[in-house]
Design a protein around this ligand. Sequence first.
Ligand code: TYD
Length: 213
Amino acid sequence: MLIAFEGIDGSGKTTQAIELSRRLEEEGVPNEVVREPGGTRLGEGVRELLLHRSDLKISPLAEFLLFSASRAQLIEEKVTPMLRAGKTVILDRYFYSSVAYQGFGRRIPIDDIESVSRFATGGLLPDVVFLVELDLDTAMKRREDAGRRADRMEESEVRFFEDVISGFKECARRDPGRFVIIDGSAPVVKISERIYNHVASRIKNLAEERNAP
Ligand code: TYD
């Protein structure tokens, strides 16, 4: 099973991805969390270039292709082999982040984002995408409270993040069978319970389908 988490910076998606992994582990479901950009040695190198090298000039198109390169490597090197081995893979971001940040945020045509993403991933789609929604003020406040230094993407202006939020909403609107919208302002344990219950019922359905005559 392939599960993706999406949401703006500070929405709490990473916390939820890790918590889901822990719960699944407890229930004996082998799984792994991988993050984007990153997740492989090449991907971590690309992540460094994209997020922490303020000395580099990166055009929107180059930015998108670098995120895509990291994604292509992650799918081939880790995700596909893990899925083949029967593991559940939890993606902390996937190409919907490119649709939202590089498409809606940086104004690269969405069709191009989608076709390059399909090419980079071999068309691999998640079984479920949890979109953790949170308003911008709360997300920014959380980031400040955590005392984290802003990376290159996080230094963008408010308008950019408003576009990113609309981008995620649009992804969910266009693919309602795959997206589950999560209210990121709810207490952390409530959110993780909801996510776990959803995944548990999907796993049960998959098992029943497999056992059906
Ligand atoms: P993330 O790892 O979620 O940030 P952190 O761990 O610092 O909370 O994501 C890194 C940044 O990259 C984030 O601002 C979103 C951005 N991003 C894109 O713009 N496009 C993409 O395709 C991906 C995967 C991430």
